[in-house]
Ligand binder design. Structure first.
Ligand code: SF4
Length: 144
């Protein structure tokens, strides 16, 4: 992906995880351009748009993605090929909330059908990383 072309990053978070998560970790990782956002370290002008999936099986994703595409074009003159959606770590990794979402492929298909780029991962928790190294959690490819 040409990171210089990206103007908006949408981060989708799991509704269940958000019941106990403020979303700080993802926003902080984006602001600091670390973890899954390190690939954008030279791009200062990216806008972050975090939103929840709406509950299983990603109930509001199609509608919110359409809204995002429309508003980005109308309000910021950003085309959909300049938007990338990150599925947050609470969705794609084995983590302190629970194992990965069982609907990842379905969610990804919805987004790709709308012409959006999709990446997996956001904030990298130190505890989950240690547990991954200890073999307690499934491994995860952050460079995917
Ligand atoms: S669809 Fe996945 S990400 Fe959304 S609430 Fe269900 S488990 Fe969480």
């Amino acid at each position: 992906m040409e990171s210089g072309k990206i103007k908006i990053i949408g981060v989708i978070q799991c509704d269940f995880a958000r019941e106990r998560c403020s979303g700080f970790g993802c926003v902080n990782s984006f602001t600091e351009r670390i973890d899954a956002f390190a690939r954008y370290k030279d791009d200062e002008k990216i806008m972050l748009v975090p939103f929840n999936c709406g509950g299983c099986p990603g109930r509001r994703i199609s509608r919110v993605a359409s809204n995002l595409i429309k508003r980005a074009k109308k309000k910021a003159e950003v085309e959909k090929d300049e938007i990338v959606i990150h599925l947050a770590s609470c969705i794609v990794t084995d983590n302190g909330h629970y194992p990965p979402c069982p609907h990842i492929d379905y969610i990804e298909k919805i987004l790709k059908r709308k012409g959006l780029k999709v990446k997996r991962g956001s904030y990298k928790s130190r505890t989950a990383t240690r547990r991954r190294e200890e073999g307690l959690y499934e491994s995860f490819d952050w460079d995917e």
